[in-house]
Design a protein around this ligand. Sequence first.
Ligand SMILES: *Cc1c(COP(=O)(O)O)cnc(C)c1O
Length: 486
Amino acid sequence: MRFSPKPLEPLPQMPYNHPVDTSRRMRSLPSVDRLLSHPTVQQVQGILPRQVLVDSIRATLDDLRIAIKSGTDPKTNLDHIALTALARAKACVAPSLGPAVNATGIVLHTGLGRAVLSSEARAAVASVAEGHSTLEIDPETGHRGSRQSHIEDILCKLTGAEAAMAVNNNAAAVFLAINSLAAGMDVIISRGQLVEIGGQFRVPDIIKRAGCRLVEVGTTNRTRIDDYSDALTGDSALILRVHPSNFRVVGFTEEASIEEMVELAHGARLPVIDDLGSGALIDLSRFGLTDEPMVQTSVSAGCDIVTFSGDKLLGGPQAGILVGSRESIDRCRTNPLARAVRIDKLSLAALEATLKLYLDPEGAIEKIPVLRCIARPVDDIEKVANHVASQIQKLVGRGTSVEVIDSQSEVGGGSLPGQQLLSKSIALKSEHFSSEYLSNRFRQFNKPIFGRIEAGRLLFDLRTVEPEETDEIVDCARSVFQDFAH
Ligand SMILES: *Cc1c(COP(=O)(O)O)cnc(C)c1O
């Protein structure tokens, strides 16, 4: 037997355009009150808000009227309408944002919420979410303070910077930094760094929106320090470097080093802003990942402000971090825009807890899920993959193959483009379903499971799946293949 993906809606019936029939069918639709007192709906009275039930019943009846008018023949028996309305009401109160299983092999998957928080960061969020907190009051003095005080010292300690602050995300950090140091003036940047990071964040647009003029120097593939010095004028306010995190230029390329840029800018009494994007605090080359600049390097090169994300390689909450000189950071803090992009208390709690884990770098690699995922040895992934594959094998019956194959994971989130981590995936291929249909079924599960399709097979890359989540994949396979199991 061969199954193709089933259409989700019932097939349209033969149209019948009999006006008398149509109005008779319209009249035969039950009233809202009658549906409200139907036993199916009565069961949830007091559980679902009454207004939600009423609205869902109305919407269901509206849909039926439209269907009848258009000449299709929808099911109009009372029980069926009540069930449809109830399903609609339940969908309305169910959470839309919920947990998911990331079996894509992409460690920082923007669609799946980027960095997974460490248990330390989750606990910090929960404790602050429980009630009031010391967000902006120092318990020792009882005086009003700054929310930045919770993360400034630790950021300085970890990066070597003089001052630090955090905002809502890195896009906001870059915007705030440029606006604070260069509003109304020129920002000099290499043509090779006029990048789009994604989601509307394009460096040239950000510079303009920050109230600055963009001065491009060099070429797409080569920019030398002389290109920058030739561009300096009385209107120059700063030199900006943006790490082109999501693509690579290979071949005949050259960019001025950050040290050269700082020397030139400081000689002209101008600041340098370095937007690193990912912001690694730990050297990842030991995991085979090269070319990811570290925050400490830019700080010690003398950059006035270095910006990076909280939820990329740092492995914390969504946040934008600025570290640098006292003077430059103070200009950002006192900018009225700082209030518009300020970090909220839950993210701040998670950020502080994440940063504190870096006081013990080896511990950080074990405790921060992003780093743990990157560091995970392939043998370990293979063991889990073999175990899960053998469980699934028992459930699928004939006609479906379950294999453990080599695959390539990547860091994602605009970090380390083109660099891959060897991994292991479970590959499913079935005679009963297309891979697209299978993938869809796994996504419809109560905790949706996201894999990827490659060469006609559905792959679950286990590098990014937490060990306690493998049961979800097995449970879902059980329900998808129940008709074929022996
Ligand atoms: C990702 C990234 C940003 C944007 O950071 P968000 O935290 O997503 O706002 C900005 N610049 C660079 C270089 C990036 O890689």
